[in-house]
Design a protein around this ligand. Structure first.
Ligand SMILES: O=P(O)(O)OP(=O)(O)OP(=O)(O)OC[C@H]1O[C@@H](n2cnc3c(O)ncnc32)[C@H](O)[C@@H]1O
Ligand SMILES: [Mg+2]
Length: 344
């Protein structure tokens, strides 16, 4: 069973975008938790957002899902009811939660019923308390370990992605075994999260069971985040040698590599989107031309090497993909995928 507790203990920064990053220990649980932190230059969006918050009624989808949600004073969706516990399973708020706010939801957090814990709140704080003006909630996952669903099929048409994903998941702690299917899924235009979600929905239709997909972006700061999710087409058109010419007129060569995973447990199930990003700069190509734009991306934490100059393990340790997969692993191993839970 997974319970979540929101604590208003952190002040909301003024930066326009937010994402979830792992932080350490909560209430002695020893389990991973996630906190919204600012992210930059999300293409195509000028509005504040939060990742990994469940929203209802997305156009074209009748199911709850996890993705970016703009937070406004009236957007405290997780705190909008006054019931002291889950109306279905009766679970109570986590003891010692400083905010006395109760649970966050829902199907994507390990409950087979998508209605469990939905919009349940305890304590006396009125909804607007969690407003953009003052505070933002910390979400802590307090979970019993449960095995992830099996098998999970990673659907991709990219062999390099597959081998990195397999390497990262098999050596990680705890290891996660996936199968794979080579499919070139249709890709929409939109934010990386929207693209990844659509890929997951297409993949789950094709596979019929739990799927993982990902979409990779390379976002140039000077270009407002472009090429972003369209990097594949820029790479094909220009080649890796000329990718840097896009920044010829700009002094700012900084960029972010972003990996956006989407998990779906089955047809009609919610989709969970998890993102990892690595900051760096675009440089003249260096290193072996093996994988995409690796030769021109020099991560800030790479000791001056491009991705292409780094051994695979060194890249995976700091890469956008490695970071996103750390979240995927935490999500699945804490019952987020719905597998192995006896909590119905
Ligand atoms: O089937 P999918 O999974 O979509 O595989 P894809 O190759 O189409 O991948 P994307 O749509 O995510 O496009 C991302 C582009 O960035 C490249 N790419 C992805 N991850 C990379 C990495 O870690 N290093 C360098 N290039 C990468 C990849 O080869 C594509 O050209
Ligand atoms: Mg693709």
């Amino acid at each position: 069973m997974i319970r979540e507790c929101w604590s208003p203990s952190l002040r909301r920064p003024t930066a326009p975008h937010f994402r979830v990053t792992p932080v350490q220990g909560h209430l002695g649980s020893g389990t991973p938790r996630f906190r919204d932190t600012p992210v930059q230059g999300h293409p195509g969006s000028g509005t504040p957002r939060f990742r990994d918050t469940p929203v209802q009624g997305h156009p074209g989808s009748g199911t709850p899902r996890f993705r970016d949600t703009p937070l406004s004073p009236n957007n405290a969706v997780h705190h909008s009811t006054t019931a002291p516990s889950c109306s279905l399973c009766g679970s109570m708020p986590i003891g010692g939660c400083p905010s006395r706010a109760a649970f966050l939801p829902t199907a994507t957090l390990g409950h087979r019923s998508p209605r469990h814990h939905t919009l349940v709140r305890g304590g006396s704080r009125p909804s607007p308390t969690f407003s953009a003006r003052t505070r933002f909630p910390t979400r802590a996952v307090v979970a019993m370990a449960s095995p992830p669903p099996s098998p999970i099929t990673f659907v991709t048409g990219n062999a390099n992605k597959l081998s990195e994903v397999q390497a990262i998941l098999s050596t990680g702690d705890p290891p996660l075994v996936i199968t794979s299917k080579a499919l070139d899924l249709p890709e929409l235009q939109g934010t990386p999260a929207a693209i990844a979600e659509a890929k997951a929905r297409a993949a789950v239709e094709a596979v019929g069971g739990p799927v993982l997909v990902e979409d990779t972006s390379l976002a140039f700061s000077a270009l407002g985040g472009l090429p972003g999710p369209y990097i594949k087409w820029f790479l094909e058109a220009l080649g890796v040698d000329r990718l840097g010419t896009l920044l010829a007129a700009h002094e700012d060569k900084s960029a972010h590599a972003v990996c956006t995973f989407a998990y779906c447990g089955g047809v009609g199930q919610p989709v969970t989107v998890l993102e990892g990003r690595t900051p760096g700069v675009i440089v003249e190509p260096r290193g072996e031309t093996r994988f995409g734009w690796d030769p021109v991306f020099q991560p800030d934490e790479g000791g001056g090497r491009t991705y292409a100059e780094m051994p695979a393990a060194a890249k995976n340790a700091i890469s956008h993909r490695g970071r996103a997969l750390a979240k995927v692993r935490a999500f699945l191993h804490t019952g987020g995928g719905g597998g192995g839970s006896d909590d119905s």
